[in-house]
Design a protein around this ligand. Structure first.
Ligand code: C2O
Ligand code: CU
Ligand code: CU
Length: 456
């Protein structure tokens, strides 16, 4: 594949970038977006944050925030982001869950060249689907996402959805010690198991925050799992909450129930009927409190449950004529010969092949080739003792069955494949390109559990 640096200029002179000095802040903010060329000027740069009280963590941030600035667009509109790399190393942005042309997908050496320090890249694509999405690099992912380069991308429905209030809750557990210093983002012994977990859980960058919500109203809570490793066992005891969308795509509203397993990369849109003033609810991961939701005074008539959200325009796979492809996800621990020389560990395989994160040519050998506009069923078999949130770029798929639980089909971009589970997903291969297909436990992905799927 060949790339052009047409859109990439070296140096930031003339961009009108303003550095903020003082108080230890080292990040950069762009001037207001020039609306004739782009909607956002998004800068990635180092930023000191206080995650552990009284201590500094040298995070990396998008738009001066970690997790990053919330980007918003409207369904049907174009999103134009001028991305500026002020980090000390190359990076890219991948738009997780967004159906877009390959050139905008942010995978280095597959869809673009890495954006070098001091360069910018203009991302622009049309927003076909409404919902809760997110963005992150696709280079040195364990470290770059681990340092804070993760952010929400919210696509509003074309017409008002019926929700009058909403909050975005970005979940991330940081790899830091008691002094706020970063610890290893990926430890081989953990990568070979469930992945390397962080220890400091945060919502929107704060440990166990209290969030005020308007009493008597129905609030849309967009809960995004932007973590490298953790599956959150989300629950809201005593809360009256319904699920409205999974991974951006609407579902028939249903009660949250006891617990929802939100794997890395996954999102859930909840409607919460906020109780009377002064009530505190606890949003939890299993027994652990993630945030306190406190109801505060609000003037206005009590809200009621909005109608279901309108479906996104995703092509419906025809199961009768679909071709079935099988994918086995396996643990295959062996040390690659050159780990001592900086080579990658490979612990995981898809159909007997491990992706080598250092080999820029892997995508030239796709694991499957789909015919454009063909209908496919993927049978996903997990032969390991660990769960894997399986994610596909470029196309949305429908979960249709599992040997482990009852499936009410839904559209998604990430399916949490349980240990020893076999599940079937279906899709119409309507987006030509070379698309990454990988586990979203970042250190599984970086130690083999990734492949390319080609649509021609
Ligand atoms: Cu969020 Cu390659 O993915
Ligand atoms: Cu993705
Ligand atoms: Cu995995």
């Amino acid at each position: 594949m060949s790339f052009t640096r047409r859109q990439i200029l070296t140096g930031l002179a003339g961009l009108g970038v303003v550095g903020l000095a003082g108080s230890g802040a080292r990040y950069w903010l762009g001037r207001p977006a020039d609306i004739t060329t782009h909607d956002y000027e998004l800068i990635a740069a180092p930023l000191d944050v206080e995650l552990v009280p009284g201590h500094v963590t040298p995070a990396w941030a998008y738009g001066g925030q970690a997790p990053g600035l919330e980007l918003r667009g409207r369904q049907g509109d174009w999103l134009r982001v001028r991305f500026i790399n002020n980090l000390p190393e190359p990076t890219t942005i991948h738009w997780h869950g967004i159906r877009l042309p390959l050139e905008m997908d942010g995978v280095p050496y597959v869809s673009q060249l890495p954006v070098l320090p001091g360069e910018f890249f203009d991302y622009r694509f049309q927003l076909h689907d409404a919902g809760s999405f997110w963005y992150h690099p696709h280079t040195s992912s364990a470290a770059q996402l681990g340092r804070g380069l993760v952010g929400p991308l919210i696509v509003e429905e074309r017409e008002p959805s019926g929700f009058r209030h909403e909050r975005t809750l970005n979940l991330k557990s940081w790899h830091v010690d008691k002094q706020g210093a970063f610890t290893e983002f990926s430890v081989p012994r953990e990568a070979a198991r469930g992945g390397t977990p962080g220890v400091l859980s945060t919502v929107n960058g704060t440990h166990a925050p209290t969030l005020d919500l308007p009493a008597g109203q129905v609030v849309r809570l967009r809960v995004l799992n932007l973590d490298n490793t953790l599956t959150y066992r989300l629950n809201l005891p005593e809360g009256e909450a319904r699920i409205y969308a999974l991974d951006g795509h609407p579902v028939v509203p249903m009660p949250l129930g006891k617990e929802y397993w939100l794997g890395p990369g996954m999102r859930i849109d909840l409607a919460l009927k906020v109780p009377e003033i002064g009530t505190e609810l606890s949003l939890r991961n299993g027994p652990l409190r993630l945030a306190t939701l406190r109801s505060v005074a609000y003037e206005g008539a009590a809200g009621d449950w909005p109608p279901a959200l309108p479906a996104n325009p995703v092509a419906e796979p025809d199961l009768q004529r679909a071709e079935t492809l099988r994918f086995n996800f396996e643990w295959a621990g062996h040390l690659s010969a050159d780990v001592e020389q900086g080579g990658a560990y490979t612990f995981w395989q898809i159909n007997g092949q491990a992706w080598d994160i250092n080999d820029k040519t892997c995508a030239d050998r796709p694991i499957a080739t789909l015919k454009k506009d063909g209908h496919y069923i993927f049978e996903l078999r997990n032969l390991s003792q660990y769960q894997h949130p399986i994610h596909l770029h470029g196309m949305t798929f429908k979960v249709i069955s599992s040997n482990r639980r009852k499936i009410d089909p839904w559209f998604t971009d990430t399916y949490l494949l349980g240990k020893n589970e076999t599940a079937r997903i279906a899709l119409v291969a309507d987006n030509p390109g070379v698309w990454m297909f990988h586990c979203h436990v970042i250190d599984h992905m970086e130690t083999g559990l990734m492949a390319a799927i080609e649509v021609v």
